[in-house]
Design a protein around this ligand. Structure first.
Ligand SMILES: Nc1ncnc2c1ncn2[C@@H]1O[C@H](COP(=O)(O)OP(=O)(O)OP(=O)(O)O)[C@@H](O)[C@H]1O
Ligand SMILES: [Mg+2]
Length: 262
């Protein structure tokens, strides 16, 4: 199972990636978290690691090296990008060099790459590397990959979702977040993923939960899970420390049950 977790900036993608990773681990899955956000750098902290892994981008020669491998051809007036980014056709998690994949208690973390310098150019190579890596990585039945996407929908433009089989869109109680969720559903369908569901986050009352669910359902979006507003989550994110594994555990159990039944 390869799950893309996306949504509006700040909606709670990284938090829910972490909660999902913890719950899948508790159920005996070997979890691969893929940090595909080229801007934010502290996912490793709420996951409970004390340092981030060396970005996968460095394995392919950095952004410059990757760009050199991108041969641009023009056919019938359209740019066609031919990629030979990762030489293997199939990548097994166990074959990834250890500096690029750190692990603790059944959770492994891999980081695609980050924008580090002014004027270093756009993040397209990261998107291409995410897409190619996710397409080629072979998961066993007891393995799950959970991808923490960058905010918004640019990753759809880069085709990253063509390499996953489920899309979770995190929705916080705001009109903007609802609208973006609907856009995600449409773009995911365009990428061939029909398994797109919403997870409601930062719910501070039953009334808000009901209203948000209603707004999404009337637009045709199925809600697969909910996460309440939690002071523990807020604190962990403020301090940059590990998210307690029991946080919102009942709701995350329901979310994972629903995901596994789909
Ligand atoms: N369930 C929650 N309860 C309380 N606060 C939350 C919850 N989920 C997220 N937050 C708050 O929202 C902030 C953003 O969460 P998070 O970093 O997971 O969002 P994101 O979607 O990954 O953001 P970005 O788009 O920047 O990557 C957190 O710093 C935290 O303060
Ligand atoms: Mg994030």
């Amino acid at each position: 199972m390869k799950i893309s977790v996306c949504g509006k900036g700040g909606a709670g993608k990284s938090v829910i990636v972490t909660l999902l990773a913890n719950e899948f681990r508790v159920r005996g899955y070997r979890v691969l978290v893929v940090d595909s956000d080229e801007s934010n750098s502290s996912l490793y902290r709420i996951l409970g690691f004390d340092h981030p892994p060396v970005p996968l981008m460095e394995l392919v020669g950095g952004k410059r090296g990757l760009k050199d491998k991108m041969a641009v051809r023009f056919s019938s007036g359209e740019a066609e990008v031919k990629m030979e980014v990762l030489s293997q056709d199939r990548i097994l998690v166990k074959d990834i060099p250890p500096q690029h994949i750190i692990q603790r208690d059944g959770i492994r973390l891999l980081n695609i790459g980050k924008i580090l310098h002014s004027l270093e150019g756009c993040a397209c190579p990261m998107g291409v590397l995410s897409r190619e890596f996710l397409r080629k990585v072979v998961l066993e039945a007891d393995e799950v990959a959970i991808v923490d996407m960058e905010a918004g929908v640019e990753h759809f433009g880069r085709g990253v979702e063509t390499s996953v089989d489920r899309v979770l869109v995190i929705v916080e109680p705001s009109f903007e977040s609802i609208e973006l969720a609907m856009k995600v559903k449409e773009l995911a369908a365009g990428a061939g993923v029909s398994n797109t569901w919403a997870v409601l986050n930062k719910l501070n009352s039953d009334e808000i939960a009901t209203r948000l669910r209603k707004e999404l359902e009337k637009r045709g979006m199925e809600v697969i899970g909910t996460v309440p507003y939690s002071p523990q989550i807020f604190d962990a994110c403020l301090e940059g420390h590990k998210l307690d594994e029991n946080t919102a555990s009942e709701e995350i159990k329901i979310l994972v049950n629903n995901l596994l039944q789909k």
